[in-house]
Ligand binder design. Structure first.
Ligand code: GAL
Length: 634
C-alpha cells in the first residue's frame, strides 16, 4: 500500500482546482487531461473555505461531482486535506490560531499558511475537516491517495508554541538543570530557574543561543509531524487501503527533518522548484531527486510538484526552453520517481499565482506548451515497465538537516553554506557520472563503499560511532571542514573537534582559520581552497596535499588520509573549489558513465540517458539527440 490506488505505471498530472472555475469547463478539463495522458490529479489542496463555508456547515456537492467526473474519465484523485489555508471565518473566530513570526507579529489571513500548528483550535478544526473528508470519500472509487496538508514548513513562535515547546523540553531533559547544562545556560545569564521562563527563540537584542534555536527547530519538526500524524490516523482508519502522504518542500526555512518524517508517510512526495535558470536548475533537480529517493529508503517516492513552463529565480521567472520540462521530469523519473506531477493543471485567472505556469496555459489547448505536455504525457506509458528496477549506488553523501540548521547561525567563525557544500559534492560527482544516495548521520551505511560527509557541523556521539564503525569495517570516509565541530547540543567538541574522532582521522584540528572572502588559497598540485581553512596537526595520518600559501596554514596539511581498521578516513580541512574536489574524486576513482550535462542512470537492464547539452550524446549503444532523453536496454 505505497502507491496511488488504481494508478498503473507512472503518475502524470498536477494540482487541480476546479472550484476556481465555472462548472461548464470541468468536462473539458477531464477530456484534456485524457488527451495529455494525465492519470492523477491533486484536488482540494486549498479548498477549505469552499468545503466548510461557515463553521460546521459543509458543502461537498461540488467535490462529489468533480470526483465522479474524474473517475468516469479514468483520472485518479490525490485528495488533499485543506488545512494549509484555514478560511477567514476560522481565523476571525480564533485569532490565536494564526501563526506568529519570530519578531512577535501575529499574521493575518489574506494569503496562505496562516495557521499555528500548536493552537488547539486549529488542531481540532484540522481533524474535523479531515474526518469529514474521510467519512465522505474514503471509499470513493476515484480516490487513489490522500495528500495531507501542503508543504509543512511554516514555523510559529506563538504562546501556544511556547507552551508546547516547554513540554517537549521537559520530556527531553527531565530536569531544568540538564537543560541549563545542555544549553550552556551560564553564558549571558541565561540560566533558567523554571520551565515557564523559557520562550520560543523570538527576536532578541543580539545573537541568540544556538542550542535553544536548534531545539526549537527540532520541536517544530515534531509539532508539525504530530499535526500530520493526527490527520493521517483519521484517514487511515477510514480506509487502510489508501496510501497517505504529504508533499515535502525544500529550504533552509523549513524546520522539518525528512529522515524522521519519511517513515510516517506511505510514499515520499517532493516539490521540486529549482531556483536558478541556468544549468544549476538541472543540478538542483538531480539533487532533489537523489534526496527524495534516499528519504524514501527504498520505498516509492514521487515528484509531486514542479513548474511546467518556467523556472523561478530571485529575479522572477524564466521560460523553460522546449524539451526542458520533459528533461527535468526525466531527471526525477530516471532517479526513481514514480511519476512527474506539477503545480498546476490549469493556469488560474486570478489570485496570487495567476501568473504561475501550468500544464494547460491561459491560452488553452492550442498552445506550444500544451502540445509539449501532451506529447510527454503520452510517452510515459511506453517506459513504465522500466521503472521497477531499483537505482543502486555504493556512494553516499551524508545529509544532516541539523547541521544545515545549526551551521547557518550568524555566530559561526565565518558564514557556512551547508547546502552549497552538499550540493557541490553532488554536482562534482554528477559531472563525473556518479549517481549518489544520501544517508542520515546515524543511518545505515552498510550499503556503501564510500561515504562523503561535507561539513557535518553537528555530530552526536551515535553518529560519530556510526562513522567509526563504517570505516573500521572497510568503508572509505571523506569528511570536510567543520565536521563534528559541535555535539547535538551545539557544544564544541574539545581537544581537536571532529566529533571526538581524532583517532579515526589520525589528526587533530587545532584552529579554525577563516580566510578573506574572494582570496583563493592554493594547495600543492590540488587546486585551491576558499574562505574556510583549518589548522591540522598530524597524529598518524598522511598528508595528501598542503596549503601552498596563507598565514599560519602555509605548508600545513590541507587534505589527509588515515588507514583505520579495514578502511580509510580522508579529511579535507577547507572549503575546496569544484576543481579540487574533482581532483580528489579522480584520486578516489569515483566515476560513472555520465558526463557533464549528460545524466546517465543505470537501473537493472535499463539505461536512462538525459542529454541537457546542445550536442548529440552517445553513451554505450544509446544515442540521444541534443536536449532530449532516452531509456534503452544496456
Ligand atoms: C508550491 C506550492 C504550490 C504552489 C507552488 C508554486 O510550493 O505547494 O501550491 O504555490 O509552490 O510554485
Amino acid at each position: 500500500m505505497d502507491w496511488p490506488k488504481g494508478v498503473d505505471g507512472l503518475a502524470y498530472g498536477g494540482d487541480y482546482n476546479p472550484e476556481q472555475w465555472p462548472e461548464e469547463i470541468w468536462d473539458d478539463d477531464v477530456h484534456l487531461m485524457r488527451e495529455a495522458g494525465v492519470n492523477l490529479v491533486s484536488v482540494g489542496v486549498f479548498s477549505w473555505s469552499r468545503l466548510e463555508p461557515r463553521e460546521g456547515e459543509y458543502d461537498f456537492d461540488w467535490l462529489d461531482r468533480v470526483l465522479d467526473k474524474l473517475h468516469t474519465g479514468g483520472v485518479g484523485v490525490n485528495l488533499a486535506t485543506p488545512t494549509a489555508s484555514p478560511p477567514p471565518w476560522f481565523t476571525l473566530a480564533h485569532p490565536d490560531a494564526l501563526n506568529t513570526r519570530p519578531d512577535g507579529v501575529r499574521q493575518v489571513h489574506g494569503s496562505r499558511d496562516t495557521y499555528d500548528v500548536c493552537a488547539p483550535a486549529y488542531q481540532e478544526a484540522s481533524l474535523r475537516i479531515a474526518g469529514k473528508l474521510a467519512e465522505r470519500y474514503a471509499e470513493h472509487p476515484a480516490l487513489a491517495m490522500w495528500h495531507v496538508h501542503n508543504e509543512y514548513g511554516s514555523a510559529t513562535y506563538s504562546a501556544h508554541a511556547e507552551r508546547a515547546f516547554r513540554i517537549w523540553l521537559q520530556e527531553k531533559y527531565e530536569t531544568i538543570e540538564a537543560l541549563n547544562d545542555a544549553w550552556w545556560g551560564s553564558f549571558w545569564s541565561q540560566h533558567y530557574g523554571e520551565w515557564d521562563q523559557i520562550l520560543a527563540p523570538r527576536a532578541t537584542q543580539y545573537l541568540s543561543n544556538p542550542a535553544h534555536e536548534l531545539d526549537f527547530k527540532r520541536f517544530t519538526s515534531d509539532a508539525m509531524l504530530e499535526h500530520y500524524k493526527s490527520q493521517r490516523d483519521v484517514l487511515r482508519a477510514a480506509n487502510p487501503e489508501i496510501p497517505i502522504t504529504t508533499n515535502f518542500v525544500f529550504g533552509q526555512w523549513v524546520p522539518v527533518d525528512p529522515w524522521q518524517w519519511a517513515s510516517e508517510v506511505d510514499l515520499v512526495a517532493f516539490d521540486s522548484y529549482p531556483s536558478a535558470p541556468d544549468e544549476r536548475a538541472e543540478q538542483q533537480s538531480a539533487l532533489h531527486a537523489d534526496l527524495s529517493r534516499s528519504w524514501a529508503g527504498g520505498g516509492d517516492w514521487i515528484l509531486m510538484e514542479q513548474a511546467a513552463a518556467t523556472i523561478h529565480s530571485k529575479d522572477g521567472a524564466v521560460a523553460k526552453a522546449p524539451g526542458r520540462m520533459a528533461r527535468h521530469s526525466m531527471i526525477h523519473i530516471s532517479r526513481g520517481s514514480k511519476g512527474a506531477m506539477f503545480f498546476q493543471w490549469r493556469a488560474g485567472r486570478g489570485g496570487a499565482e495567476q501568473w504561475h505556469s501550468a500544464l494547460l496555459p491561459h491560452a488553452g489547448k492550442h498552445t506550444r506548451m500544451f502540445a509539449e505536455v501532451a506529447a510527454f504525457g503520452n510517452t510515459l506509458p511506453g517506459i513504465a515497465h522500466t521503472v521497477e528496477a531499483p537505482v543502486k549506488t555504493d556512494v553516499a553523501i551524508l545529509w544532516s538537516p541539523e547541521s544545515w540548521w545549526a551551521s547557518s547561525g550568524p555566530h559561526l567563525p565565518a558564514p557556512v553554506d551547508y547546502l552549497e557544500n552538499v550540493a557541490q559534492i553532488h554536482r562534482v560527482l554528477r559531472d563525473r557520472g556518479v549517481v549518489v544516495d544520501f544517508v542520515a548521520p546515524e543511518g545505515d551505511l552498510s550499503r556503501y563503499t564510500t561515504v562523503i560527509a561535507p561539513s557535518t557541523y553537528v555530530l552526536s556521539e551515535a553518529a560519530a560511532e556510526n562513522l567509526r564503525w563504517f570505516t573500521a569495517g572497510g568503508g572509505r570516509l571523506v569528511a570536510s571542514y567543520l565536521t563534528g565541530a559541535v555535539d547535538e547540543h551545539c557544544q564544541v567538541w574539545l581537544d581537536g573537534f571532529l566529533g571526538g574522532l581524532t583517532d579515526l582521522f589520525g589528526i587533530r584540528v587545532t584552529e579554525h582559520l577563516p580566510q578573506p572572502s574572494g582570496e583563493l588559497r592554493a594547495l600543492w598540485n590540488f587546486g585551491a581552497a576558499e574562505r574556510f581553512c583549518e589548522l591540522v596537526e598530524l597524529r598518524g595520518a598522511q598528508c595528501v596535499t598542503q596549503y601552498a600559501t596563507g598565514d599560519v596554514i602555509e605548508n600545513q596539511p590541507a587534505v589527509t588520509v588515515n588507514p583505520f581498521g579495514e578502511g580509510e578516513a580522508w579529511y579535507v580541512s577547507c572549503k575546496l573549489v569544484d576543481e579540487a574536489w574533482d581532483r580528489l574524486f579522480e584520486e578516489l576513482k569515483l566515476d560513472g558513465p555520465g558526463t557533464r550535462g549528460v545524466d546517465v542512470v543505470d537501473r537493472g537492464p535499463w539505461r536512462f540517458v538525459v542529454n541537457h547539452t546542445e550536442k548529440e550524446a552517445q553513451v554505450g549503444n544509446v544515442i540521444v539527440p541534443a536536449g532530449s532523453w532516452a531509456v534503452n536496454k544496456r
